[in-house]
Structures are given as structure tokens and as C-alpha cells.
Design a protein around this ligand. Structure first.
Ligand code: FMN
Length: 159
């Protein structure tokens, strides 16, 4: 029987869906670099190759994801747990002491990630308090065969 009196919060239901963790980056000059820990990534299409993620409408950097602009998605390994916390906290400190490389598109990425997808923003759809950013995939590479960083029940875990 479903206990109708004990209605869980929506966030506690969402937290039962385990996801991988990414850091989405954009900007192609140092002064404009942005990065954010994101678990709303999803693959969309193989042909043409596309993915999406959702960014809060409150995010000051939403406007930097202009149509046609470049971005990277880093699939994080468990060893990058600290980096995931860093890129979910204070915006001014995210790039301080963070070791990064530049993609073919000149956007930063993290070499210790499991893999990276390079893309270009194709469509933005405002949906409730987030905006769905749909992007074309322009390149992708596998980097390391470590254990993945997983988010489940509001905690970082691995498998
Ligand atoms: C595990 C995890 C997943 C997250 N996923 C998203 C997401 O999919 N979309 C989003 O807008 N923010 C997400 N966030 C929040 C951002 O990383 C960041 O903390 C938030 O945007 C606040 O950043 P701001 O100071 O730039 O506003 C996530 C945070 C964590 C810890």
C-alpha cells in the first residue's frame, strides 16, 4: 500500500534516480571561462549527434550559452569528486588552482575525466525554472578508464 499521508518531497523522489556527473564548460578566452557541475545531462540523438542539459534560469551564465557557441561536457570520474564540489560552489574560485586543458574548440576541459564531448549550442527551451540547452556534438574523446562519479540520494558515490 502507498502511504498517502507521508508525501515525499519532489527532490527526494528525484534523488532516487542515480545519474552520472558532468562539468559543463564554456568560454574560449580565460576571462570568460565558465564551468558548472551538472547532472541533468542526457544523450538525445545519434544521427545527427546531439545531447542536452538543463541550466537554472537564475544562473547568471545562462546568457553565455549563445546559439552556435562552443561548450564541452566532462564526464567525471570518482577521483574528481572534489572538482565536482568546487564547480558547484563559489563561482570566483572554480578555476583557481584547477588544472585544465583546451579542446579543439578552445574551451577548457579536464584531462582526468572519463571522456569529453565537444559541442555547439543549437536550441534553448525555457521550461519552468530551468532552460533546456540542446547541443550538436562536434567531437568526442575517451580519456581514462577510472570508476565513474555517480549521484544518488544526494550523495556522490561510485559503482
Ligand atoms: C550533483 C549536482 C548536480 C547539479 N546539477 C545541476 C543541473 O543539472 N543544472 C543546474 O542548473 N545546476 C545544477 N547543479 C547546481 C550547480 O552546480 C551550481 O551549484 C548552481 O548553479 C549554483 O551556481 P551559481 O553560484 O553559479 O548560481 C548541480 C549541483 C550538484 C552538486
Amino acid at each position: 500500500m502507498i502511504n498517502m499521508k507521508k508525501k515525499p518531497s519532489l527532490t527526494s523522489i528525484f534523488s532516487l534516480f542515480s545519474t552520472g556527473i558532468t562539468i559543463v564548460t564554456n568560454g574560449n578566452i580565460k576571462a570568460n571561462y565558465f564551468g558548472c557541475t551538472i547532472n541533468s545531462f542526457s544523450s538525445v540523438s545519434l544521427n545527427p549527434p546531439m545531447f542536452l542539459f538543463c541550466l537554472g534560469n537564475y544562473n547568471n551564465y545562462l546568457k553565455t550559452f549563445k546559439l552556435g557557441s562552443s561548450l564541452n561536457v566532462n564526464f567525471l570520474s570518482f577521483s574528481q569528486k572534489k572538482l565536482a564540489n568546487k564547480f558547484a560552489s563559489k563561482i570566483e574560485q572554480r578555476w583557481q588552482d584547477s588544472v585544465y586543458s583546451l579542446g579543439k574548440n578552445k574551451v577548457p576541459f579536464f584531462k582526468s575525466s572519463l571522456g569529453v564531448i565537444e559541442g555547439k549550442v543549437q536550441k534553448k527551451i525555457k521550461s519552468g525554472d530551468h532552460t533546456i540547452i540542446i547541443s550538436q556534438i562536434t567531437d568526442f574523446y575517451k580519456l581514462s578508464a577510472k570508476k565513474p562519479l555517480i549521484y544518488y540520494k544526494s550523495k556522490f558515490q561510485t559503482i
